[in-house]
Design a protein around this ligand. Structure first.
Ligand code: HEC
Length: 456
């Protein structure tokens, strides 16, 4: 269907309020007109029915265009269409009666009003299901009503992390609230329903969306980790995205083998994941330990010199002498002299951001030894595999970002395997192809590797 028709179709959700309002107004006027005081209102009834009938037809026409967007399938979609068309046809009939067969209309008018009001309510209800998912209305209803609507018992809020069910208490509610409006049984965008584990495992248009044990290879995970501006990013259409913590948890859940109908205590959950789970469940997390490691205090004079030469120098915390260093004017190239100053500060440098600093292998080699450095960002420079030799002595390095160094290959990364603290590498936009990632990851156990090659 052409974009223009789809554009028109979206006005369905605006225009649909017209026939609802009209039929209600007409019914009220109808009932008023039966009292002797308001008999004069009888004359406007055909006009009101006309407005109802025409607005209903218009709404149905736009609705059919709106259905042209894929993903409207399932019982509510069919029922909504059927009741909507039925309502519009019935409205034409009543209009006709009110104009030409006044006798029949006067006898049955009240009943017809009631019938049309009922039809419009049912249509609206199924339409609401389409927009919000079929369980929206009764989600917070008392259990008896939920049961009547075919819903499971509402899960009791989790009070103890150990008892939480990873799927039912954590992942399912998260997907329901952030993805449910487009991926439910009635509205399966991309032919994907995320409302139950069974449906999730069925996958979507392009097959499975989760590979148990392999988050990075799972479309579901990939799509929430893309840059938000990417056309495949989920949730689509600028809907509120998952938080960073939720994305982490989703990755954890997939890597853990999609655990469901079990409890956190039955799984071996590391401390970091436990903290994330607590946040997601709204439990007060065990207080995070603030480790104020004591680094060497640098001489004031050195810090002044660094700032004067173009570095931004910040303390990591009030309790520690550890420093976070980056280039003050982002994008400004770092000179040899600037880089040499870093060596003098190496005893306290915990974070170093050299993104877009115009580095090549030779300049990087000016930095000799960083014994306490934990986080190094080398993004968007011209570093090659040879340059990575420089990092060999960075024995405390945990997080390394090599984003956008297009000459880096898997051979270069081999050199990093000697860095025992290394836990995370970012590789977007390097020469490492997406096909090579799995084997690369296998060769670096214990290291989280994020990345994909830039499209060529
Ligand atoms: C505003 C609507 C909307 C929301 C909200 C939304 N999606 Fe989607 N989703 C779509 C559309 C449209 C498609 C099909 C087009 C495409 O493949 O990009 C799709 C496709 C997908 C697919 C690919 C299915 C396949 O097999 O092709 C996945 C996976 C997916 N969505 C995951 C998610 C996740 C996870 C969330 C919640 C974080 C989410 N979506 C929220 C609209 C949405």
């Amino acid at each position: 269907m052409s974009d223009f028709l789809l554009f028109l179709g979206r006005f369905h959700v605006v225009v649909l309020h017209l026939p609802i309002g009209m039929v209600l107004l007409t019914a009220i006027v109808h009932w008023l007109s039966r009292s002797t005081r308001y008999t004069s209102l009888l004359q406007v009834l055909p006009v009101l029915w006309g407005c109802t009938a025409i607005s209903a037809l218009l709404t149905v026409a736009l609705g059919l265009l709106h259905f042209g967007e894929s993903g409207f399938s399932g019982p509510s979609a069919n029922a909504h269409r059927l009741w909507g068309i039925g309502f519009a046809l019935a409205a034409q009939l009543v209009w006709f009666l009110s104009v030409f067969n006044v006798v029949l209309y006067q006898r049955w008018g009240g009943l017809l009003c009631a019938a049309l009001l009922t039809a419009v309510t049912i249509t609206g209800h199924y339409g609401g299901n389409l927009t919000h998912g079929p369980t929206y209305l009764v989600e917070y209803a008392p259990q008896s009503i939920r049961q009547f609507a075919g819903l499971d018992e509402r899960r009791a809020p989790v009070r103890d992390l150990a008892m939480a069910d990873p799927w039912h208490d954590v992942i399912a509610p998260m997907l329901q609230s952030r993805c449910g409006s487009c991926h439910n049984p009635d509205k399966q965008r991309g032919q994907l329903d995320l409302s139950s584990l069974d449906a999730l495992l069925v996958g979507g248009e392009s097959g499975a969306v989760v590979l148990s044990g392999n988050a990075e290879g799972s479309d579901l995970y990939k799509r929430v980790t893309l840059p938000e501006s990417h056309e495949n990013f989920m949730p689509a259409e600028g809907k509120t995205p998952l938080t960073i913590e939720q994305v982490e948890l989703l990755g954890w859940w997939i890597n853990a083998g999609l655990p469901a109908d079990t409890s956190v205590s039955a799984l071996s959950v590391d401390e970091e994941t436990a903290a994330l789970l607590s946040i997601e469940l709204g439990l007060s997390p065990a207080p995070l330990m603030v480790v104020a490691e004591n680094y060497e205090a640098l001489p004031e004079e050195l810090i002044r010199q660094m700032v004067a030469s173009g570095w931004l120098v910040r303390p990591l915390s009030r309790e520690s002498n550890g420093l976070s260093v980056s280039i003050n004017a982002v994008g400004q190239p770092a000179s040899r002299d600037m880089l040499a100053l870093l060596n003098q500060a190496s005893a306290s440098m915990v974070e170093l951001n050299l993104a877009s600093a115009g580095l090549n292998d030779e300049l990087l080699a000016v930095i000799t030894d960083m014994p306490v450095l934990e986080t190094l960002n080398l993004g968007n420079n011209g570093i090659t595999d040879a340059g990575l030799d420089t990092l060999a002595g960075f024995e405390n390095l945990q997080v390394l970002n090599l984003y956008g160094n297009s000459a880096i290959t898997a051979a270069g990364l081999e050199k990093l395997t000697s860095l025992e603290s290394l836990s995370t590498i970012y590789l977007w936009g390097t020469s490492i192809s997406e096909e090579a990632l799995p084997s690369l990851k296998a060769s670096m156990p214990g290291i989280k590797v994020y990345g994909q090659a830039l499209p060529r």
